[in-house]
Each structure stands twice: as structure tokens, then as C-alpha cells.
Design a binder for this molecule. Structure first.
Ligand code: ATP
Ligand code: MG
Length: 238
């Protein structure tokens, strides 16, 4: 796949397969094309050349409306800054995409939203509003919202970038734990510690995949194994 902006190639010869249930981390310097890759993979933007196939369907052949449906039902998005609606409670924010999708009865959506928030450790904040929670808590609300329609894949762009290390750790553990339910994760990050939780790390440089490191599956609670991965990622970066 290739992507140009105003005649400048920002993705060049990117060839990438992501397995079902895989946690893929995307690293690389600022401007190397990480966000562009994420947009292209999720159909938020289309490549200038090449195809993106999701669940056996070529995204490049779909209309905007079809892409919108696919994103709503099958994909979840998490960004550095969580965009929650201010005049709704946090629970209502999580519920909203579930109502929009019309795939489940409303009561079931609300139940699922509550369960996801509880699982993310923010169940007791259901009735609060955006101004009444911390950044880390809001990010976990945002992840709950991304999961409400039970997506096959979560795309996250610097999900811990705006958080302090303790909040980042909680968000990261929550994200990494999603794999047990078979959710595929593609996470753009500058943080080697985040990448160390992934099954595979790719490094972008100047619009290309410049390096790849396979870490395999490790229990996120296995501290020595995690420390070892962390060391390997740092070693590979250096
Ligand atoms: N809409 C656009 N129009 C023109 N150029 C763009 C556009 N979007 C991205 N670019 C350029 O493409 C290149 C890659 O940008 P991208 O946002 O993918 O980088 P990134 O790796 O995500 O960086 P960062 O770590 O700073 O978020 C940059 O040179 C950027 O200026
Ligand atoms: Mg970016």
C-alpha cells in the first residue's frame, strides 16, 4: 500500500498482515507515517495505491456509507485525547454507539456498557460527566465506548500519550487484557513499555516498515517475562 499527500509519499510499499487476536504495536519517530497507516488500515482514509482487506472485504471498494457501518460495528477507535460528549453522563457516552448501531436491544446495550465500564475499573463513574473524572479514567471510559459494539479490532493512536505513568499502566493493562476476548489490537505508541506488551512491534521510518520484532504471547501478569520483553524492545530500538 502507498499513500501520498500533495505529491509527497508518506507511506511507501507498506505490506502488512495483522492476525486475528494479535496485539500489534506501531512505533517510529514523529512524521514517520504511523497515524497515516492507522487511518489507511481502518478505512478512515484511503491509500493512493494498493488495497486494505479487512475480514475478507476490500475496504478500498466500499462506499463512505458502507465504511461508516463497518467502522461502527466492527472497529473501535481510541485516540490520545478522548472525545466524550460533555452534556451526557459517562455511561450515556459509552452507550451511544451501541444505540446508533441498532444491533442489540437498548437494555442489552446499557448492560454491556455498564459491564465494560466495570471491567475497566470505572463502573462507579457511570453517572458522572466529563468534567468529573480524571484523564486516565476518561481514557478507560473511551475504551469502553470503543468496545460497546464488540468490535473485531481496536485501533489506538497514542492511547497513553496524555497520561501519567500510573494511569498509563492501568489503561495499558486494560487494553492488553482485551486479547483474552479475541479482540485484535493495533496500537501506535512512542512508549517502549507499551510496545513491550504487544505480540509484535513494527517500526516505521520515513513511510516504510523499517523493522519488525516478534515478541510472542506472554501472560501480562508474568513480571519476569514482561521485564525481559521490555529489555528486548529497548535493545532493538537502540
Ligand atoms: N492530511 C495531510 N496532508 C498533508 N500531509 C500529511 C497529512 N497527514 C499527514 N501528512 C504528512 O505525512 C507524514 C506522516 O504523518 P503521520 O501523521 O502519519 O506521522 P506520525 O508517525 O503519526 O507522527 P506523530 O508521531 O507525530 O503523530 C508527515 O510528514 C505529515 O506531515
Ligand atoms: Mg501520529
Amino acid at each position: 500500500m502507498r499513500k501520498s499527500h500533495g505529491g509527497q509519499e508518506v507511506l511507501r510499499d507498506v505490506d502488512l498482515d495483522v492476525g486475528r487476536g494479535e496485539f500489534l504495536a506501531v512505533m517510529g519517530p514523529s512524521g514517520s507515517g504511523k497515524s497515516t497507516l492507522l487511518y489507511a488500515m481502518s478505512g478512515m482514509d484511503s491509500p493512493s495505491a494498493g488495497t486494505v482487506v479487512f475480514d475478507g472485504r476490500a475496504l478500498t471498494g466500499l462506499s463512505e456509507a458502507e465504511l461508516g457501518e463497518l467502522r461502527l460495528h466492527r472497529m473501535g477507535f481510541v485516540f490520545q485525547q478522548v472525545h466524550l460528549l460533555r452534556n451526557l453522563t459517562l455511561l450515556d457516552n459509552v452507550v451511544l454507539p451501541g444505540f446508533l448501531a441498532r444491533a442489540r436491544p437498548r437494555a442489552e446495550v446499557v448492560g454491556r456498557a455498564r459491564a465494560l465500564m466495570a471491567g475497566a475499573g470505572v463502573g462507579d463513574l457511570a453517572d458522572r460527566e466529563v468534567t468529573e473524572a480524571s484523564g486516565g479514567q476518561l481514557q478507560r471510559v473511551g475504551i469502553s465506548r470503543a468496545l460497546v459494539n464488540d468490535p473485531a479490532i481496536i485501533f489506538a493512536d497514542e492511547p497513553t500519550g496524555a497520561l501519567d505513568s500510573a494511569a498509563a499502566e492501568t489503561v495499558l493493562r486494560h487494553l492488553a487484557g482485551l486479547r483474552t476476548s479475541g479482540t485484535t489490537l493495533v496500537v501506535v505508541t512512542h512508549d517502549a513499555y507499551v510496545a513491550a506488551h504487544a505480540d509484535r512491534v513494527i517500526a516505521m521510518a520515513d513511510g516504510r516498515i523499517d523493522g519488525e520484532l516478534s515478541l510472542g504471547n506472554v501472560d501480562p501478569d508474568d513480571a519476569p517475562a514482561m521485564a525481559n520483553r521490555h529489555a528486548r524492545v529497548l535493545e532493538w530500538r537502540g
